[in-house]
Ligand binder design. Structure first.
Ligand code: COA
Length: 296
């Protein structure tokens, strides 16, 4: 008989923190209209937060707005390209005009697609690093400056990735950028701690959801032959999105005031599943169905 794995979480709608923990607070979530960003935004809203969903995609803004309204939350959807400092400033202006300066920032927006490193064009590399690392810095900088100027406490949660520690074969651009994000968390937690600003990282494991990009979905299907991947996780299950949301709401809550500079991994220990003998080596080109490398 197979062991049971990690137990299922409490049902959708349950919260670990007291009702109203975020009453009077606003949470600004980049990429909050889809996938894990939306899941995180929903859990803040359940606990009473007003939510600002920021995205460059109008459909994603609509999706984020509807999701927050469905759980009874107050929401503002603002257009924002995190690569552009002026766009970031305008988005935070719009957030402030509606709700006042957000107390919490969730840096969730990122870019990613699988590619052997040697196939990445300079622009492909730049694009992912520009969104994932530079964009995260620009939003964090603008948010931090406003709090420093106002002398108000704040909390920042940066969504990371476990390949920040391990390297990410097939994802050189994103892995390097996420390593930068993790490092930024550690730096800013020290720089801004004296000013009352907490900075933490949050790393999701495998949380299947309908907004996964085609590339990522395809990669999972190839690896898992459509069997759901549960048996490949030490937890013997994948994550439920609300579990990531609960972790985010804890990190930014009054109950985690002394937690800063930390990156919390929510993946059922999957990233630590390593040994001297792993599955047979298959090149990234083979895994991605690419032919032999050609410089053309
Ligand atoms: N494989 C290889 N190269 C790709 C690619 C892919 N799947 N998608 C984009 N690129 C390259 C483009 O070819 C281009 O390089 P080139 O000018 O040398 O041809 C470069 O990346 C920029 O692409 P572009 O489409 O202009 O950028 P964009 O700003 O419109 O899009 C992406 C950014 C491509 C990274 C897009 O996937 C994105 O923003 N995704 C966000 C959602 C996401 O990835 N979520 C998952 C997070 S884990």
């Amino acid at each position: 008989m197979s062991p049971p794995g990690l137990p299922a979480p409490p049902p959708i709608g349950a919260t670990a923190l007291p009702a109203g923990t975020y009453g009077g607070d606003t949470v600004f979530v980049t990429g909050g209209g889809t996938g894990l960003g939306k899941a995180v935004a929903i859990e803040f809203a359940r606990l009473g937060a007003s939510v600002v969903v920021a995205s460059r995609n109008p459909e994603h803004l609509d999706a984020g707005r509807s999701a927050i309204e469905e759980v009874g939350g107050e929401v503002e959807a603002v257009a924002c390209d995190i690569r552009d400092a002026d766009s970031v400033a305008s988005a935070l202006d719009a957030a402030e005009a509606r709700f006042g300066l957000p107390r919490v920032l969730v840096n969730n927006a990122a870019a990613n697609f699988p590619s052997p490193a040697e196939d990445l064009s300079p622009n492909a590399w730049r694009t992912v690093v520009d969104i994932t690392l530079n964009g995260t810095f620009l939003v964090t900088r603008e948010f931090g400056r406003r709090h420093l100027a106002a002398g108000t406490p704040a909390s920042i949660v940066c969504v990371g990735a476990s390949y920040a520690w391990t390297g990410g074969p097939g994802f050189a651009h994103s892995a390097a950028a996420k390593a930068g994000v993790k490092n930024l968390v550690e730096t800013l937690a020290v720089e801004w701690g004296p000013h009352g600003i907490q900075v933490n990282g949050l790393v999701p494991g495998l949380f299947p959801h309908e907004d996964m990009t085609g590339d990522i979905r395809e990669g999972l299907e190839q690896a898992g032959e459509g069997d759901g991947h549960a048996h490949r996780q030490p937890a013997l299950r994948t994550g439920e999105r609300r579990e990531l949301g609960w972790a985010a709401t804890f990190l930014a809550s009054p109950y985690a005031r002394f937690v800063s500079g930390h990156t919390l991994v929510v993946d059922g220990a999957n990233w630590q599943r390593r040994s001297l003998v792993n599955p047979s080596v298959e090149t990234i080109r083979d895994q991605l169905g690419r032919g032999a490398f050609s410089p053309e």
